[in-house]
Design a protein around this ligand. Structure first.
Ligand code: UDP
Ligand code: MG
Length: 333
């Protein structure tokens, strides 16, 4: 029987400290999965350390290793997308380079897909051990909010990007060509039958997380804007509510003046109301602006990533590149 092909996509951004250990561990797992042939697609997301050098050496040494290197840092989402575009396995996995996504789960995930019951095996952390409590609190608020305003995306708290998918699901994800790519949302939005596998949170093997609190905050806003227009409805509804309140107040003031001859007093309250309404208008303009900014980025149709260098094998197999690539980059390979 012909062996099935499995692609493993690994986004790497300044991961020189863990990369070798990661490859050793992934290699040990893959060696045991003899019913598959593997390609590991490392996507160097514009690292400024020795990540690319390690990848070049690994590609020369190990036939399973392939890599692409971006012209600058485009973000993990772009790296995952590039990996999908270049993978051609029957099954495709996405895995972090820092060993927070244990490669040891791969056989169990593959088994779920082989059963034919599932199109995707996804992983989730059962706890958020080792994470600052403030971060966990805001994360759980974000997931609760998303479940309410955007139920069709079905975001799961603790879900990681570590997944194994069949070809159908990968092609569906590639069909979503949007520029602002919120992977967690995209994975949920495409649907399919998912088997959830939970594991205990693992600390980074080495190196540092690339996510600051504010980066995460902005990322969650992007997630909301990318998948639901609920904030626009919210803006419209609050506007409507304040119109109704204003109308009611006008009637009250007129009736009070006519019946009791009571002049309106107190500019303090007036100033408060004006400030609040001014703030509200600006806030709502901001919401609309956010959507407009996304439309603006989308209509420019810029490429999601640019490639500077790839390994020879990737070059040969794919032939013509859709994305910019310099000859200088190829010479260096
Ligand atoms: N990553 C990337 N581009 C970036 C940031 C991160 O490709 O701009 C990669 C990183 O190398 C790692 C994965 O995405 O393999 C997850 O990053 P990190 O461990 O910093 O995130 P965390 O696990 O803390 O969520
Ligand atoms: Mg990590």
């Amino acid at each position: 029987m012909e062996r099935r092909k499995m692609s493993v996509i690994v986004p790497c951004y300044n991961e020189e400290e863990v990369l070798s250990e990661f490859m050793r561990e992934l290699g040990a797992v893959c060696d045991r999965m003899t019913q598959y042939t593997f390609e590991w697609i490392f996507v160097d997301d514009g690292s400024s350390d020795g990540t690319l050098k390690i990848l070049r050496e690994a590609a020369a040494r190990d036939g399973r290793v392939r890599y692409l290197s971006f012209s600058r840092n485009f973000g993990k989402e772009s790296a995952i997308y590039a990996g999908f575009e270049h993978s051609n396995g029957d099954y495709t996995a996405v895995m972090d380079a820092d060993l927070q996504d244990p490669p040891a789960l791969l056989p169990e995930m593959a088994e779920a897909l082989e059963s034919g019951e599932y199109d995707c095996a996804a992983t989730m952390r059962v706890d958020r051990k080792g994470e600052p409590p403030v971060r966990s609190f805001f994360a759980s608020c974000f997931y609760k909010l998303m479940r309410i305003i955007c139920p069709e995306v079905n975001l799961v708290d603790g879900a990681r990007d570590y997944r194994l998918m069949n070809r159908k699901m990968v092609d569906s994800i590639l069909a979503l060509k949007e520029y602002d790519r919120f992977s967690k949302g995209i994975f949920g939005w495409v649907g399919f039958r998912i088997k959830w596998i939970s594991f205990e949170n693992v600390k980074r093997a080495a190196g540092e997380t690339k996510w600051s609190f504010w980066k995460l905050f902005r990322y969650s806003i992007e997630g909301i804007v990318a998948f639901t227009t609920a904030p626009l409805t919210f803006a419209a509804l609050t506007g409507l509510f304040f119109c109704a309140v204003a109308f009611f107040m006008i009637v009250v003031v007129i009736v009070r003046k006519l019946l009791f001859g009571d002049p309106v007093s107190g500019w303090a309250s007036l100033v408060c109301i004006m400030l609040m309404l001014g703030g509200l208008v600006l806030f709502h303009l901001g919401i609309i602006g956010k959507y407009m900014a996304n439309i603006y980025r989308e209509v420019k149709r810029r490429p999601i990533y640019l490639i500077r260098e790839t390994d020879e094998e990737l070059n040969r197999e794919k032939g013509a590149w859709m994305h910019a690539e310099t000859d200088a980059g190829r010479d260096e390979t």
